[in-house]
Design a protein around this ligand. Structure first.
Ligand SMILES: [Fe+2]
Ligand SMILES: [Fe+2]
Length: 172
């Protein structure tokens, strides 16, 4: 029989603390994603894919500044906390690189890996925005929506690139 989990000492006691925890996770995650994107770009063959990754690398750098503004708007210190989920998703991305030959097949794998990152980001920013709305964190909510839009657009662009050409090439 499973037993109920005992919370650790500094466990979140309210929505504001849960928000802060999750914000710290994303602050760590975005920094880890920067490194992950660098690795994906080096391993990509398609110049369109390289460009898409480079573009999102720039956006991710901006997002870190936007997250700092979110912390600032709430008078909280900007600090990161290891996000185990993102660490795992990025680790799986590394595995995909090892499991694919260079070229279109690896490019398809890279897109899949990047989209898993985006989907996790979309889920988490969606949750953060919902919390921010309940907590009446208006400025934070506005900034987080800006980030969420970039993540969604990136996901769509990657889908288009995969289905319009890269997956087809990988099938050759
Ligand atoms: Fe991001
Ligand atoms: Fe992203």
């Amino acid at each position: 029989m499973e037993k109920k989990t005992t919370p650790k000492k500094n466990a979140a006691k309210n929505l504001a603390e849960l928000f802060e925890d999750s914000l710290q996770d994303m602050f760590w995650a975005e920094q880890a994603i920067l490194k992950g994107l660098d690795k994906m770009k080096v391993n990509a063959t398609s110049s369109k894919l390289q460009k898409a990754i480079e573009k999102h690398h720039g956006e991710t750098q901006q997002q870190l500044e936007l997250l700092e503004r979110v912390f600032e708007s709430l008078e909280l210190p900007a600090k990161g906390k290891k996000c185990e989920a993102m660490a795992g998703i990025l680790e799986e991305g590394n595995t995909i690189l090892k499991e694919t030959e260079e070229g279109a097949v690896r490019d398809s794998g890279i897109i899949a890996a990047c989209q898993k990152v985006e989907h996790y980001e979309i889920a988490t920013y969606g949750t953060l925005i919902a919390y921010a709305k309940t907590l009446k964190y208006d400025e934070a909510s506005k900034i987080l929506m800006e980030i969420l839009e970039q993540e969604k657009k990136t996901d769509e662009d990657l889908s288009k690139l995969a289905t319009s050409e890269i997956n087809g090439k990988a099938d050759a």
